[in-house]
Design a protein around this ligand. Sequence first.
Ligand SMILES: C[S@@+](CC[C@H](N)C(=O)[O-])C[C@H]1O[C@@H](n2cnc3c(N)ncnc32)[C@H](O)[C@@H]1O
Length: 262
Amino acid sequence: MKLPFSFPGVQRAPDPSDELPASPPLECAQAEIERWNAEWIEYLKQEWEVQLTPYTDYPRKPSLPASPLAMLGLEIREGWPISLYADADSLEGRRVMEMGCGCGNLGKLLGRYVESYLGTDYSTLALKIARLVSPSNCSYVHVADRAGLSPFFNTIDTVVGRYFWIHQNFQLAGWNLDFLALFLKPGGRLYADFYWPNPALEQAVVFTPDHALSRAYPSATFRYTAEDVQRLIAGRPFRVLREEISPEMQRRYTVLERLPGP
Ligand SMILES: C[S@@+](CC[C@H](N)C(=O)[O-])C[C@H]1O[C@@H](n2cnc3c(N)ncnc32)[C@H](O)[C@@H]1O
C-alpha cells in the first residue's frame, strides 16, 4: 500500500480520534503489549525466517570498523548490512542495552562482540523469540518488568537503537530517556537514530515530534531537528556529544552522554 506523502515539517491537522494512547515504559498497559504482539504476528508472516534464525547460523565475526558510518555497512550476516550507527569501542567488551529490541535480530549478532546485551521491548512475543535465537550473554526483559530490570540499573555502558527513535514522538522519547537514564552509568553513551528526511527521496508519513501517535499511521516517522533534540534533553541528565546526518539512511544520528546525578 502506498502511503500518502506528507512533506517534512508539515504538521497535519490534529484529529483527537486518531490519537493512539501511550504510557511510560515501566507503566506500559496490557493494550500496548497486545498491539505490539499483533504487529509482530503480522511482520512474522513475511519475516519469520530471518527473525527465527538462531545466532549459530551466522558464524562470522568480522572486525568492527572504527568509524560509525562505516559500521552501518558491517556484514556479520553476509549480504545484510547491520545498519547500526555506533563506535566500535562503545560495543567491544561493553555492557550494551537496546530499547525496542524486537526479536533480538541485533542482539543475536552483536552478542559475540559485547560483554553483555540487555534487550527490552513492548512485545512479549518478540522477547520470547529473542531469547531463543541469541547467545547466553544476551538477556531479554520486558519494559514493564521492574523486578527483572532493576538488577541492570546503573550497569550499562552503551545504549543502542535501530529503527527505534525514528518512530518515537516527543512524549515517548522523553519517557524513554527517563527510563534509559536509570540504566546508563555516568559517562555512558546513548546512540539515537532520529529520522531526518532526505527531500530527494520519496517520503511516507512524516510528523513533527510534537504530533501525537497516530492510529491511522502507527509506523509514521517523526523528524527531529537539532533544536528538537536539545529541547528533548533539557532538564534531563544528558548532553549531546556528537551528531551526524546520513542522507542515505535519512537519519540524524545523535550520540548522548549520560551525565552524573539523578
Ligand atoms: C521496527 S522494530 C525494530 C526491532 C529491532 N530494533 C531491530 O532492529 O531488529 C521496533 C520495535 O520497538 C518496539 N517498541 C516501539 N516503541 C517502544 C517503546 N516505547 N518501548 C519499548 N519498545 C518499543 C516494538 O515493539 C518493536 O519490537
